[in-house]
Design a protein around this ligand. Structure first.
Ligand code: MOS
Length: 702
């Protein structure tokens, strides 16, 4: 019987967060702490011809100005978890606007800011291009997270040639920035040749490894701490120049040193979701069954690294089709480096696939929901293997019922409400489940207090609460008797909080540790929480611990995906065509739902994220200057409360034991997938205008 898993549970750290007791990285205070401020390149390409630091060096409270001329040499690294391959302050070369060219350190943050203002750089500019070329053949092919850039099965050319009905269109997504509430911050403290790094990071273990490599240290000499993260969304997943700079500069100075990035700096410091152009071809018979799916992605890249958005991955898996081909190319531009952003991969590519499916439905004259059902993938279409578990059919059914999705969709532009045109749109959601090895320790003391320890991080989704629930369930104690220690590399090692992997990976490790602890207690005659204390006494110990772990079977290539069905209603004013989302229904299948309360919050956040993707979020570039234009939340639009309607979230809650022992699959990023194209499809249904670019701006509907 379940006492904790599946029970809607308040956040164990909620009180600390809302009262301000929770300590974030920029809150770290230490005696003798110095403060650093970065100076950023004002041009996108060329070199620093000269850099004058004299005025800065005579500024009050100044401790040191680092430039490429005097910065410590770092060991060059090549791949993630490094965010970009260009190491900071190693030479005079500039490959993106915003690249750090100096690091100014003073006795207070304000003094460092003032001194940084006095650094004068002279540049020798080089020709540059930040604009996506119309000619997409210029893209280069790069591997994607170790997977091939191009994949296909079946006779795609034959299918596209012979099918009676074809949709072939190009869809565009925009550069989008993560904009977490907490900008990145790092504090480095060296003692006796060992580094304590307090860092706002989604991956303490990866940060430790990457920093140690860059500085040429054994990993044991580095400890990384991160108690809380005020949102990451992927920009804190990898290790970026500012973290390397702080660690190396503090070592050189032998004093503790803190850097907190400004909001403006965060637009070039740690990635963004790259713009894509995606050409999608769907070929179908008159029976509305797909015969071919071709999805070619070109993604905005940079000279600073290798990130390519694997946007077409969803098209390999989403629908049954005898022929599927996907390709990915990156166009190297003179821009800061992109990186994964919440709901990456499928979240970007499903914009094309799901608007394309809507177009196909209208062309065939079938209900968009019916088209999805007719092409339901009973097994992974590329691999021909059964999914670990898939309850998407149930998601469609429940979502359609809750939304009251019409069995015959009225013609576009025909539903009105006073001065508005009303539209309905729907889409599927899919997100690959990532799994990683994880270790955990569960302990109990003589008072019956349970402690869970695992080196994972709280990105905001509710990790400590979920881990407390899993331990409480395993030991049969209330969640209130469990404390959770995370965010420290001295703890049993865990993976990065990215790719929606933590509940499954860390939860499975905690489950294992709790089971082992329970059997130790059982061996001592403690079968119930009431007997645990006596069992400890019989063993003559004041506390007892068990180490647990979980490692996914690397040889197991079972397709493991989370799914969803998303329905949206929009209103578009006849004269001022600003689309407003009126209601959303999302029904999701992500295995066993550990904390329905936190899971619902995650999906509401994801849907809000999708409203941004569909209607608001776009990082404008000035292609004359080669820089992002509006590096702040006034110029970068995100949904506010007035943009977010009632969101009705449901789950098809069934354990997926093939995904892992806990029965859970990935959930965090799933909510941000499908909703963007569902809204775009609703805008088409309201207005009759098909916009193939997100965000959809009012001028596109005029
Ligand atoms: Mo998420 S973009 O995988 O941090």
């Amino acid at each position: 019987m379940s006492n904790a898993i599946g029970v809607p549970t308040n956040r164990v750290d909620g009180h600390a967060k809302v009262t301000g007791a929770a300590r974030y990285t920029a809150d770290v205070k230490l005696p003798g702490l110095l403060y650093g401020v970065l100076v950023n390149a004002a041009i996108p390409a060329g070199r620093v011809a000269d850099i004058d630091t004299v005025a800065a060096e005579s500024s009050p409270g100044l401790v040191k100005v680092f430039t490429h001329r005097n910065f410590p040499k770092l060991t060059r690294q090549k791949s993630p978890p490094l965010g970009q391959t260009v190491s900071p302050l190693q030479d005079d070369k500039i490959v993106y606007e915003g690249q750090p060219i100096a690091f100014v350190i003073a006795t207070s943050h304000e003094r460092a800011m003032e001194a940084a203002r006095l650094v004068r750089a002279e540049y020798e500019g080089a020709p540059f291009n930040t604009n996506f070329p119309e000619d997409k053949s210029s893209g280069v092919s790069k591997p994607l997270f170790g997977m091939p850039a191009d994949e296909h099965h079946g006779d795609i050319d034959g299918a596209l040639r012979q099918a009676p009905v074809t949709v072939r269109e190009t869809y565009a997504t925009s550069d989008r920035h993560h904009n977490p509430m907490e900008p990145s911050a790092t504090t480095a403290v060296w003692r006796n040749g060992e580094l304590d790094l307090y860092d706002s990071t989604q991956g303490i273990a990866d940060t430790r490894k990457t920093i140690a490599q860059a500085l040429g240290l054994p990993e044991e000499k580095v400890r990384v701490h991160c108690d809380f993260i005020g949102g990451g969304f992927g920009c804190k997943g990898y290790v970026w120049p500012h973290e390397l700079i702080v660690a190396a500069a503090a070592q050189e100075l032998g004093r503790p040193l803190k850097l907190a990035l400004t909001r403006a700096q965060s637009y070039t410091a740690h990635g963004y979701q790259p713009a894509t152009k995606q050409t999608l071809t769907l070929a179908a018979g008159r029976d509305a069954k797909l015969r071919g799916v071709r999805h070619d992605v070109v993604c905005s890249g940079s000279r600073a690294g290798d990130h390519v958005e694997p946007a077409a991955w969803g098209s390999r898996t989403m629908y049954a089709s005898p022929a599927i081909a996907v390709t990915h190319r990156s166009v190297v531009l003179d821009k800061a480096h992109p990186t994964p952003m919440r709901a990456p991969i499928e979240g970007v590519g499903m914009v094309a696939l799901e608007i394309g499916m809507d177009e196909l439905a209208f062309q065939l004259g079938v209900n968009p929901l019916e088209l999805r059902l007719r092409n339901y993938a009973e097994h992974d279409p590329m691999k021909g293997k059964a999914f670990s578990s898939k309850k998407l059919r149930e998601c469609y059914a429940e979502g359609a019922a809750r939304f009251r999705w019409p069995s015959a969709l009225p013609p576009p532009g025909s539903i009105t409400d006073r001065h508005d045109r009303i539209g309905y749109g729907m889409a599927s959601a899919i997100f690959a489940t990532f799994r990683s090895p994880c270790a955990a320790r569960v302990s109990i003391d003589a008072t019956g207090q349970v402690t869970v320890a695992s080196g994972v991080q709280e990105i905001g989704g509710g990790t400590p609460t979920v881990l407390a629930q899993v331990a409480a369930e395993g030991l049969g104690v209330p969640v209130s008797k469990v404390t959770v220690a995370i965010g420290n590399t001295d703890l049993p090692a865990g993976p990065m909080s990215a790719g929606s992997r933590i509940t499954l990976s860390a939860g499975s490790a905690v489950q294992d540790a709790a089971a082992k602890l329970r059997s130790k207690l059982g061996d001592a005659g403690g079968a119930t929480p009431a007997e645990y204390t006596a069992a400890l006494a019989r063993l003559g110990v004041s506390s007892l611990s068990a180490d647990g772990s979980w490692t996914p079977d690397e040889k197991d290539d079972t397709p493991i995906y989370s799914f969803g069905a998303v329905f949206a209603e929009v209103a578009v004013d006849r004269d001022i065509p600003i689309p407003r989302v009126r209601r959303v229904v999302g029904v999701y299948n992500a295995g066993r739902i550990i904390n329905p309360k936190a899971a619902r919050s995650q999906m509401i956040g994801g849907v809000t994220w999708g409203i941004g993707q569909a209607l608001l979020e776009r990082s404008e570039m000035d292609h004359q200057l080669g820089r992002f234009l509006s590096k702040n939340l006034a110029g970068y639009l995100t949904p506010v409360n007035a943009d977010v309607p009632d969101i009705d979230i449901g789950f098809i809650d069934e354990p997926d034991t093939k995904a892992g022992p806990l029965g859970a699959r990935g959930i965090g990023e799933l909510g941000g997938i499908g909703i963007g194209p569902a809204i775009a499809n609703a805008v088409h249904h309201a207005t009759g205008k098909r916009v193939r670019e997100v965000p959809i701006r009012p001028e596109m509907l005029m």
